[in-house]
Structure formats: C-alpha cells, structure tokens
Ligand binder design. Structure first.
Ligand code: PMP
Length: 348
C-alpha cells in the first residue's frame, strides 16, 4: 500500500443544517424564507436551449441590476454562488497576512473553517455578556476583520456608528461586514463603502429574497477591492454564475414591492414569536434577523431540540460553549410558528 494519504489536505468541514427528505416537516433550522420567491422569478422565461453556451462570466445583467438597485457603479459589485462563495473568495483575496484575522467567538461557524482551510491565522474575540460585539475589542493589530451584522446566530444588530468605529480603527486591513440578514431590520454599512476603500459588504439572495436554492450572493466595495476579488475569481473558476441564476436573480431585483411585503411579514412574525417565547419562560436575544436565539430558564435546549424533532419540528442547536443553552429558531409562517408554540406549551 502506498502512503498517498500523507499528501492529502485534511480539513474539518463546516456542517450545514440538515435538509431532511421527509414531507410535512416544520423546518426552522437553516434560516430559509418560508415564502416563495417573487412571482416575477416564478414566471421568468428560461430558454434552456441556451444551456449549450457558457454563461456570461461577468454576469453583467445581474451585476447591473444589483448596482442600479443600490445606486452604485457596476465596477463596485461582485457576484458569486451564494454569499458562502463570495466570502470564501474574499478570505482568499484579502486575508493574506501573517497576523491573525479577527471575528467574534460566537458567529457564523464557516469563518474558522475557511481560515483553517486557507491557512489563515485567526483569533476569536469574545462577545460581551449580553452577546454583543464590542468595537473596542477590534482595535488591536490584526490581519483583517470579519463579522456578520446582524450577527449569527445571535441575531443582534450592531449600530452603524460602531461598525464605523471598527473600520476607522482598521484602515490597514480589509474589514468584511457579512450582511446576510440585514434586510430584516439591521443597519446596512453600504453607505460607508463610499468613504472607506477597505470595507467590503457581503449580501445574499438566500434569506430576504427567498432564493436559497438558486445560490446568489454579492459583495459591494470600492472598485479596487472588487478588482482584487475578481482577479482571484478568474484564477479559480470563471463561470461561477450559471444562466438561470443570472436571469432569476435579475427578476427578483425587479420586484421591490413583493420583496418589502415578504420581509415585513417575516419581521411581524418574529416579533409575535418573540413575545410568545418570552411568555413561556424563554430569554430571547433581541433579533434583527429572520431567526431568534432563545434559551429557556429551566428546560435544557438540547432536550427541546430533540423533542421538537420527534414532533417534526426541526430547529438548530449548536453544542458549543456559550451557545449550548440556546436554540436558533428560524422564523417560518405564522401557522408554523403557532404549531411550534403549541408544542412548547405542552413541553416546557
Ligand atoms: N453568512 C451568514 C452569517 C449566514 O448565516 C449564511 C447562511 N448559512 C451565509 C453567510 C451564507 O448564505 P448563502 O451562501 O446562502 O448566501
């Protein structure tokens, strides 16, 4: 037997929330939107005969739609296969220092996986006792900074002035703000990209645009930053965006009214759910996302997670220090949340 395995890159992969195959589940585990995409997306025409051709490597139609939507030049927009792809490319492009990059200790659990895979040194910065990011903790020498805003899995939003404070203290490195959940009530850092050439804001179509299945994410920054990102992309895979993504993503952007309506519905259900959970003895962190992070005063989170699963209600549980008392609960439809609350009334 040869020892080829000695030369294999061994990694500990990110574990995504499960996508069970059973019907009739109440799926509150991966922060998908419970509502369908815009009718403009459902009715968009895809000419499948065009699949014989490569897609536009620059995805110009989609990039232009996103640029117009945010009122920036298209040279300031980068698109990718979900924000995971955009973030992975950003780690490759911008975190190229011997110094450790910084991110919160409780945050999106893909960051440390990318850092490990790409041999990027990192240091996690503890959230305060209320699970908030403290800007002053990010004022030390580092190789870059990344955090979600609102943070995940806490759902807590950082005020724009605190985001600015972090960028101001880190002008020699790239600061990435992952705004996967910002449409549900957070404060966007997009206006700051006009002022700071080292700020990259990353967004996704997976949550507020109900399009997790098509895989579209994007980043906005100044032209120089986007050029560096594109150079890495074209050194890796020219055709990240397929033809249906380009067409369907553009159709979604064209339906602002539907977008606002669906987001408002999710926000209203979040507020109602938060109140119901509090009445049942949960502490719920103040969420500006399409999920809540909640801990019961008596019942261990793991027990609730297991019992809910037996009833066909799938939640997310992170069995790690600081998060193992909590459940992350995606906001579903009102009916789904009512069923979940009914289950809890019996169980807790
Ligand atoms: N950032 C955060 C904070 C997330 O929770 C997620 C969802 N798992 C993503 C990015 C990636 O989402 P997507 O690749 O679907 O855009």
């Amino acid at each position: 037997m040869g020892n080829w395995e000695e030369n294999v890159r061994k990694v500990v992969p990110y574990v995504p929330g499960e996508q069970p195959k059973m019907d009739n589940l109440i799926k509150l585990n991966t922060n998908e939107n419970p509502y369908p995409p815009s009718p403009k997306v459902l009715e968009a025409k895809l000419d499948m005969s065009r699949l014989k051709l490569y897609p536009d490597p620059a995805a110009d139609m989609l990039v232009s739609a996103i640029a117009d939507y945010h009122g920036v030049d298209k040279s300031r927009v980068f698109v990718g296969v979900g924000s995971d792809d955009v973030l992975a490319m950003s780690f490759m492009s911008f975190f190229n220092s011997d110094k450790a990059i910084l991110f919160p200790d409780v945050t999106y659990s893909f960051y440390d996986v990318w850092a490990d895979m790409l041999h990027i040194p990192y240091k996690t910065v503890p959230l305060d006792e209320d699970y908030r990011i403290r800007p002053e903790d990010y004022k030390c020498g580092n190789g870059g900074v990344i955090f979600p805003n609102p943070n995940a899995p806490t759902g807590i939003s950082l005020p724009l002035e605190s985001v600015r404070e972090i960028i101001e203290a880190n002008r020699d490195v790239v600061v990435i703000v992952d705004e996967a959940y910002v449409d549900f009530g957070g404060e966007t850092a997009l206006p700051l990209t006009d002022e700071y050439d080292n700020l990259l804001v990353v967004r996704t179509f997976s949550k507020s645009r109900s399009m997790a299945g098509i895989r579209i994410g994007y980043a906005i920054g100044q032209e120089k930053l986007i050029k560096y990102l594109s150079d890495v992309k074209y050194s890796y895979n020219s055709y990240t965006m397929n033809m249906p993504s380009i067409i369907l993503g553009t159709a979604s952007i064209a339906d602002e009214e539907y977008f606002r309506e669906q987001v408002a519905k999710v926000v209203a259900t979040r507020e109602r759910t938060t109140k119901a959970l509090e009445e049942l003895g949960f502490k719920v962190l103040p969420s500006k996302a399409n999920f809540v992070f909640a801990s019961h005063k008596e019942k261990p989170a793991k027990e609730i997670f297991t019992a809910a699963r037996e009833r066909g209600i799938i939640l997310r549980y992170f069995d790690r220090p600081r998060t193992d008392d909590f459940l992350r609960i995606t906001i579903g439809t009102d009916e789904e949340m009512d069923s979940f609350i009914e289950f809890l009334k019996d169980f807790v």
